[in-house]
Design a protein around this ligand. Structure first.
Ligand code: IMP
Length: 180
């Protein structure tokens, strides 16, 4: 449970998210036109809603797989040490792999996962992030496709949590602590 009371200010509506995913899906379809080998890899748990909506917009043959990395726990700060809690089920050698991340913050999570998956000799490895907080970046990394750039704020909703809460909000909101 979070320690302090907070309210959530809406930042990105469900409608805007859906419209942006539709745009991105067209770009991705163009990029992977003709491929029979696409594996879409969601990073658990924050990307579960994004990947579900994204693959339903993709008019391509896709396989879906997941990796789970260690998270912030109940804190709002990255530990910078990334551990793999659950690995892929499938082999990605010679496959086109699209990694789906909820937020790129410091970039350590995505950088670690790309390193790991890259060592398995995929045909190519690309990334999509729903949200990007470029001002917080520590690792030298940028996703190939980005839904929205956001300022340095702690956000929740649309799969993204604060201490395991608020993943089920249909929109993205900003956490604001209150005094009482
Ligand atoms: P990074 O390794 O610092 O880039 O952190 C990436 C992961 O931290 C994301 O996949 C999220 O799970 C989590 N994260 C980063 N920013 C936020 C936030 O604003 N709210 C909730 N989780 C976040």
């Amino acid at each position: 449970m979070p320690q302090q009371k907070y309210v959530i200010d809406k930042l990105i509506s469900a409608k805007s998210i859906a419209a942006r995913i539709e745009e991105l899906s067209h770009e991705i379809e163009r990029e992977y036109a003709g491929t029979q080998k696409l594996v879409v890899v969601g990073l658990l748990r924050g990307s579960f809603i994004f990947i579900a909506d994204l693959v339903r917009e993709l008019d391509l043959p896709v396989e879906v797989d997941f990796v789970e990395t260690s998270s912030y726990g109940n804190s709002m700060e990255s530990s910078r040490e990334v551990r793999i809690l659950k690995d892929l089920r499938g082999d990605i050698e010679r496959r086109d792999v699209l990694v789906v991340e909820d937020i790129v913050d410091t970039g350590h999570t995505l950088s670690h996962v790309l390193h790991l998956l890259g060592s398995r000799r995929p045909h190519n490895l690309r990334t999509i992030a729903l949200l990007d907080k470029p001002s917080r970046r520590e690792a030298d990394i940028r996703a190939d496709w980005i839904g929205f750039e956001i300022p340095d704020a702690f956000v929740v909703g649309y799969g993204i949590d604060y201490a395991q809460r608020d993943r089920n909000l249909p929109y993205i909101g900003k956490v604001r602590f209150t005094d009482d």
